[in-house]
Design a protein around this ligand. Structure first.
Ligand code: AMP
Length: 216
């Protein structure tokens, strides 16, 4: 059973690492950003409500996000665990998640990357216009390795929006580190290395926790 959240600034590698970690444990990776982007692409009610907020790099309201996540983690595929990516992003969301956990232990992985590196990464990030997979940054940035469709820049990866997302992160999300840091299940990982190296550290940190848990 793995119940985990990936913390970190936009572009720190949360999405990439959430997918890898989730695959390792056979649980779903739940990206709130992907869920919202799908809603926007589908033109649903939810999509229409969040589109402008997302394009400006601001946060969708806590009430809406908490409802979305509560409903998502209650689905059968999440019964054996999940890795959350992009949630919680505010103190209120973190408190709501604790209430949903109902005493079960939450593993918190923070991926740390300096702001200048974030701006550099996001400026060159390309995602698939069709399946939204993140392109390998070391590959030729032309077609999606998964489905062959053309790669595009995310609307909110333009530099002015990135700067605003970083401000939003510092103001609303960085304080979560203080909320979680004292917990024995909090792990901080250096996100400056390659995705493979970071994935190894994440896996080792979590393996450490389960050993510690068994010893208690
Ligand atoms: P992400 O893909 O995680 O960077 O999310 C993209 C955008 O979706 C964010 O910039 C927000 O506008 C919105 N979003 C995703 N998750 C949340 C959340 N937990 N709380 C508020 N807004 C969110």
């Amino acid at each position: 059973m793995l119940l985990a959240v990936m913390l970190g600034a936009p572009g720190a590698g949360k999405g990439t690492q959430a997918v890898r970690l989730a695959a390792r444990y056979g649980v779903p990776a739940i990206s709130t950003g992907d869920m919202l982007r799908e809603a926007v692409a589908a033109g649903s009610d939810l999509g229409r409500r969040v589109k402008a907020v997302m394009e400006a790099g601001e946060l969708v309201s806590d009430d809406l996000m908490i409802d979305i996540v509560r409903e998502r983690v209650a689905r059968p595929d999440a019964a054996k665990g999940f890795v959350l990516d992009g949630f919680p992003r505010t103190l209120r969301q973190a408190e709501a998640l604790d209430a949903v956990m109902d005493g079960r232990s939450l593993t918190i992985v923070n991926i740390a990357v300096p702001a200048e590196e974030i701006v550099r990464r996001l400026a060159s990030r390309r995602v698939c216009g069709s399946c939204a997979a993140i392109a390998d940054p070391t590959g030729a940035l032309t077609a999606c390795a998964k489905c062959g469709e053309a790669l595009v820049q995310r609307a909110d990866d333009r530099e002015d929006v990135v700067r605003e997302r970083l401000r939003v992160y510092e103001r609303n999300t960085a304080p979560l580190l203080e909320y979680y840091r004292a917990r024995p299940t909090f792990k901080a990982i250096d996100g400056l290395q390659t995705p493979d190296q970071v994935a190894e550290w994440v896996a080792a940190a979590i393996a450490d926790l389960s050993v510690a848990g068994q010893e208690q």
